[in-house]
Write a protein that binds this ligand. Sequence first.
Ligand code: PHE
Ligand code: NA
Length: 451
Amino acid sequence: MSNENNGRVSFGGRFSIIAVAAGSAIGLGNIWKFPYIAGVNGGAAFIIVYLVCITLIGLPVLMSEFLVGRRGQKNVIGSYSKLAGKKSPWILGGFISIMASAMILSFYGVVAGWTLEYVVKAVSNVFEGKSPQEIGQIFGSYVSNPVKTITCQLIFMAMTAGIIIAGVKKGIEGFSRVMMPVLLGIIILLGIRAVTLEGSGGGLSFLFKPDFSKLTASGVLDALGHAFFTLSLGAGTMITYGSYISKRENLSATAVQVALADTVIALLAGVAIFPAVFAFGLEPGAGPGLVFVTLPNVFGQMPGGYIFCILFFVLLAVAALTSSISMLEVGVAYLSEDLGLSRTKATLLLGSLISGAGILCALSMGPSQDALTLGGKNFFDWLDYITSNFALPFGGLAVVLFVGWGLGKKNTSDELASGGKGKYTNLFIFVAKYVAPVGIGVVFLHSFGII
Ligand code: PHE
Ligand code: NA
């Protein structure tokens, strides 16, 4: 352990930092959510808008979060109050971020639970010889069975809590260092398998040939929201992790590598999924069930499919776990540092609250659906919609405005120069002051129909 961060624990070296931060970024967002929202929003045109959001908004916000965390050497609220003063309004941004991380983990844990069930289904070979309709029914009857989904969700939450209790070094760092390379290997294998399927061309042109007539204002808001979600921004995660990055590491290089890794994995997931969707004549706009219905179909009909199917759902579960720990760590760091709870107590308390909200999410897809649905969205959908489209952009806006206007140039340039040259400090400050905030503002106004 290195001690140069005033005695605070820090991740050990380059590889660990990338594994941990990319571990948070790469998750269900890339492999489950990105393909289905790209599918619903018409494919390539949406992806272009998404890539613009990642570059002009996501990357500067990611750098800002690392910067605030490493400068503050504390949890989200602790860092804001240390850098801006105890009563400063910026703390509201920190508060919203902590809420957002808890809300996301509530529904995230449910989908992650599905992946555990699907590992078991894959191992017991339930998909073999089934028609696409039958595989669709397997998914439908599973998600509407609350006993099963809640059991899986709670198992997943217990795994998340276990890693957090094990600590920042042994738990978070140890797990991510081992699992991230495994994950990369599996997804590359799957991508190669998918593009070598006969009839995969339709999927590739869906992904890469833009049709802007399919893009709507709400699609643009979705693209921005997803840029935040996929890079784990606005939820305090990257601020908290930033506080564990040693002063020897260069923050801008780290941010660029993490954003790039996340984008490559999302595109690889698209490449693994859409060619197969088209090759088997399935529906690209199928929604949240997309990977759970489409891929078992594909695996069921291809040589070696049994193994690939198991690998795929193991991949999903692992990716989900390296992300869920980062969400839980946000609140646990706050509760244990600022409110004096032990790490274990903080984890159990927060983990139970989040699991409770998660149970409502799971129920909102089952027999209690009607009671938990409002305005066409159930409880699960509402949490997803509010966090991705509002809480995360708001938390991200706060951090980038803070770095642009509140933190002071000296803090910023010191942090950027630490562990590197800090060549682009002025450009970065300009982007943090104007480009990213205006970008977020424009998307908001556009999605409310104002421009
Ligand atoms: N980035 C994660 C994913 O893509 C989700 C996440 C969001 C993680 C917010 C932490 C905070 O799956
Ligand atoms: Na992601």
